[in-house]
Design a protein around this ligand. Sequence first.
Ligand code: ZN
Length: 242
Amino acid sequence: MHKVPEELRGTVLDFIKKYGFLGFVTALPTTADFITYESVYLPKNHFIKKKSLTTENYLAYFYPFDKPDFRKNGVDSGWFVTDHEGIVITMAMGNAPQAVAMGLQKEYAERYDWLVKEFTGWAFTFMTSFLYHMDYDTIDEQTRSLYRLGISAFGGISPTYRIALEKDLPVIVWDFHSLLIMVQMCFSFMLTDKDSDMRMCKHCKKAFDASRKGNEFCNQRCKNQFNVYKSREKKKGNKRDD
Ligand SMILES: [Zn+2]
């Protein structure tokens, strides 16, 4: 969250060089099978301000360089692939949601500033929720409501779900129609689950995985440093009292 822009750019590009694009499809239409319609409708989001636009104009956001071969013909609309790699992907994906297939086309691209905005938004939500509880007793009501307002900027899109029969019990099956929705939802569950191991270090404010319950620091050094600062502050306070 606090990385300087050049450093952040390097980190994100390194990630993409290694793993490829995530196929997030930021700004996802409300309907899962949006490609078969003439227009798409977008829920409130941080990226495209228009509520609706033609499907073609929407797709242009994610194919700014080369357009994929795409046949638009009502319910028979689909990606037209001829190269070997594309055919393998299309066959493997079968009935995958359209946004997933969209992100796997080789012409697919995502705006760098959108990705950064999405990642920064998650970091902000994560940090705000921890600071709110950590500082709750020392901040006034106005500051608390600022924190709450900050959290409400988190934009999560609901996935759909169905029920399936397993051997023992019926289970809920989530239908995520893009990677973005899945990450958003798992993140929301982790953030609100008090048994989650995801924590923010009390000293360096970085996220870490708490292996032991009640761990407040990412490592021993942060714990020591925090205690040193705290005892120094205490000493200063005592002197003032004298
Ligand atoms: Zn730390």
